[in-house]
Ligand binder design. Structure first.
Ligand code: DUC
Ligand code: ZN
Ligand code: ZN
Length: 481
């Protein structure tokens, strides 16, 4: 009998900590041995000195999330996870979103039904807490955290999702007691509403005014407030989709003061600018602008550089896609409100699951902005650690799941939506050149993408319960301070 099911030979491996050359022996979906000259496997793949890295973990993506504005996400768990596999991502963490009035448990059950039998890569769930009733705070949320849903997102804007400040503090206290990670969408909702109203009254309704309705100061103020609440409650938080220098300065200030404030950024803040939202009121500007509307909005070139610098300096721990897939055409897409839809009627979000890893590998690692270990940390290891999937996911180590990507680095290709595998009818990254793409993606030792062909199977992706270490501090939320 062969010692291994599969041996990946001559792998040039990188983890978040080290670079080493090894053969990787895989048995029953896990890494069983690392070494030189391993015994034969039933199957053999020669990596021939190419980079072999842990499979990507996309810690922030939206799939088949119910919407209440008439829009519909184009990607479900079939197309979203297919697209992930083809771009080198082997685990996705989308959101089980509580609709106000709904129990959190019902949201989780519904989301399991949506995922069941469809995923071709592994998946975990974050929760979105939009209605922190006493029952949610005292019973549902603590129970779900213990059952493997150990992270949740809260919103400081969007009418159907946002929490009042007192509610934010209450959910942070539960996270502290239970050892959960809270992801915060930090934008000041009243400032956005006031600015939006003024712009619309002035007839400034084109997609480009989306940026003017959500300037950096609204992100800075909310980030500052979230940090203050986290400091008061004494709980770590992660500020998600950070767009530019103003929020970065707040996070850096907090980190320099010893607070456990973490940061996430996304490709749109490195590769798009506010000009992508439109430069005039022409139909082509409207189309491209609508396709690029996301929140927070992309900023300018100078801010792209600040985001790159913060990635390299370690201010950000996580690089996610914030894949929020709406088609451009059709009644449930970007233009559901009509061909000249106002910026505030266009669903927020852009696709990016498949392009996240190649964009950062090419323009980060190969262009010398970050090193290969930082790439692994940002796209995989830190995500696994932050959300409680490590060490099963996020590393090349004995006992870890054999989620691996062999990279083709050096051949230039141009990103083109027709080559992608999501169900969205555009990519905001159309025309951008990349010099790296996965040649092979292995999910627990099985190829799901090889030489330009998707090989995955719907239903092979498994739900992964997350577990963060128990909090070391005594509980305080239901005791006197
Ligand atoms: N902003 C979000 O907060 N979520 C989805 C997409 C977006 O643009
Ligand atoms: Zn968000
Ligand atoms: Zn999001």
């Amino acid at each position: 009998m062969d010692a291994f099911d599969l041996v990946v030979r001559n792998a040039h491996c990188a983890t978040a900590a080290d670079v080493f050359d090894a053969d990787i022996g895989i048995k029953d979906g896990r890494i069983a041995a690392l070494g030189k000259g391993l015994a034969p496997g039933r199957e053999e793949i020669d990596a021939a000195g190419r980079w072999v890295l842990p499979g990507g973990i996309d810690g922030h993506c939206h799939l088949d999330q119910p919407m209440n504005d008439g829009s519909k996400m184009a990607d479900d768990f079939i197309t979203g996870t297919r697209s992930a596999a083809c771009g080198g991502t082997t685990t996705v963490i989308p959101f089980a979103c509580q609709i106000k009035g709904q129990s959190l448990r019902a949201a989780v059950d519904d989301y399991h039904r949506r995922a069941h039998g469809k995923a071709s890569v592994d998946y975990a769930f974050h929760l979105i807490v939009s209605d922190p009733t006493p029952e949610v705070l005292e019973n549902e949320l603590p129970a779900l955290i213990r059952e493997g849903y150990s992270s949740f997102k809260i919103y400081m804007t969007y009418d159907d999702l946002k929490l009042a400040d007192r509610q934010i503090i209450d959910v942070l206290a539960v996270a502290r007691d239970e050892g959960a990670m809270v992801m915060i969408h930090a934008e000041n909702t009243d400032c956005i509403a006031w600015l939006t109203e003024r712009l619309i009254r002035a007839g400034k309704t084109a997609p480009r005014y989306h940026a003017a309705s959500r300037p950096m100061l609204v992100e800075r103020e909310a980030t500052h407030r979230a940090i203050a609440y986290a400091e008061m409650v004494d709980v770590p938080i992660l500020i998600v989709h950070v767009s530019g220098h103003e929020a970065i300065e707040q996070i850096q200030w907090a980190q320099n003061h010893g607070l456990r404030i973490y940061g996430e950024t996304c490709p749109q803040y490195l590769f798009l600018t506010a000009d992508d939202l439109g430069i005039d009121d022409s139909p082509s500007s409207h189309e491209h602008g609508a396709k690029c509307i996301c929140s927070p909005p992309p900023r300018d070139k100078a801010n792209q550089q600040v985001v790159w610098d913060a990635l390299a300096a370690g201010v950000f721990q996580i690089f996610s896609s914030d894949h929020a897939p709406f088609r451009y055409a059709g009644p449930d897409g970007k233009l559901g409100a009509g061909a000249d839809a106002r910026f505030d009627q266009i669903p927020n979000g852009i696709p990016g699951l498949e392009t996240r890893m190649p964009l950062l590998f090419s323009h980060g690692v190969l262009d010398g902005r970050i090193d290969i270990c930082q790439f692994v940390a940002l796209t995989s290891t830190n995500v696994a650690k932050t959300y409680g999937l490590y060490p099963r996911k996020g590393s090349i180590a004995i006992g870890a799941d054999a989620d691996l990507v062999i990279w083709d680095a050096g051949t230039t290709r141009t990103i083109c939506n027709t080559d992608l595998h999501h169900a969205v009818d555009y990519t905001p990254y159309e025309g951008i050149e990349v010099k790296a793409w996965p040649a092979l993606t292995l999910l627990r030792g099985t190829p799901v993408w090889r030489d330009g062909r998707f090989l995955g199977t719907a239903g092979e992706g498994r739900f992964q319960a997350c577990a963060l270490p128990a909090p070391a501090r005594p509980k305080f939320s239901r005791e006197a301070a």
